[in-house]
Write a protein that binds this ligand. Structure first.
Ligand SMILES: C[S@@+](CC[C@H](N)C(=O)[O-])C[C@H]1O[C@@H](n2cnc3c(N)ncnc32)[C@H](O)[C@@H]1O
Length: 202
């Protein structure tokens, strides 16, 4: 029996999170700032930290649940030097407001992985109105050439509403300033999707 691993079956990427991580690696440069607006269990911010902290970059993590911030904090205890961890900042608050620390800094990437905390309270999920409010503010923070990466989960009710509302609003952004790219898996019902919203360089 041949043991087919996920990597063998999907040689380029095996989920939209994986695809998003490729994009982040390609985008982020020396000294950049990145924000994870939904830290959750910390896997995405761990990836951002791995890309940026060795390049003198700064990484900000936000989650409204203390449980998520604690899990993220624990995950980030290994793999980074004290000097690198000094450029990593976690905030327990809603992403409807970004911390003052981000103002006037070169924010090249803001990421959202929507939904609820895996292995946590499924009632506490991102909500359409607050997600839109946050993404509108995120659009103002991104430097030219930077991007917003949003993984959506239409498989649950609020996630479906959220994806629809985001698509509706983002598809009206001026193409003189923004490139909005929407990735789906049309042969998989209610599969997660990735919205990649990139600001033009000039
Ligand atoms: C799917 S999880 C994120 C997964 C995470 N990025 C990871 O790598 O493990 C979604 C997270 O969004 C958080 N969240 C929900 N509403 C929020 C809000 N208004 N502001 C900030 N975080 C929020 C939840 O607490 C949850 O931890």
């Amino acid at each position: 029996v041949t043991n087919i691993t996920t990597v063998d079956r999907f040689p380029v990427f095996h989920s939209f999170i994986d695809l998003a991580h490729h994009y982040w690696e390609k985008l982020l440069q020396e000294g950049d700032w990145a924000i994870d607006a939904t830290c959750g269990n910390g896997h995405d911010i761990f990836k951002l930290a791995g890309i940026l902290l060795g390049k003198q970059g700064t990484v900000i993590g936000i989650d409204r649940q203390q449980e998520a911030i604690s899990r993220t904090h624990d995950l980030l205890q290994s793999g980074f030097s004290n000097e690198e961890r000094a450029r990593l900042h976690l905030f327990c608050q809603s992403h409807t407001h970004f911390p003052l620390l981000v103002e006037n800094n070169p924010i090249r990437l803001i990421v959202y992985n929507l939904g609820y905390l895996p292995k946590g309270n499924k009632q506490i999920t991102t909500m359409t109105q607050s997600t839109l409010e946050s993404v509108r503010k995120a659009l103002d923070l991104i430097v030219p050439g930077g991007a917003i990466s949003i993984t959506c989960y239409p498989g649950h009710e609020e996630g479906g509403r959220e994806e629809k509302a985001l698509l509706q609003e983002m598809s009206h952004l001026s193409s003189l300033i923004w490139n909005v790219c929407y990735h789906t898996i049309p042969n998989r019902f209610l599969a997660p999707s990735l919205l990649w919203i990139q600001k033009n360089q000039h």
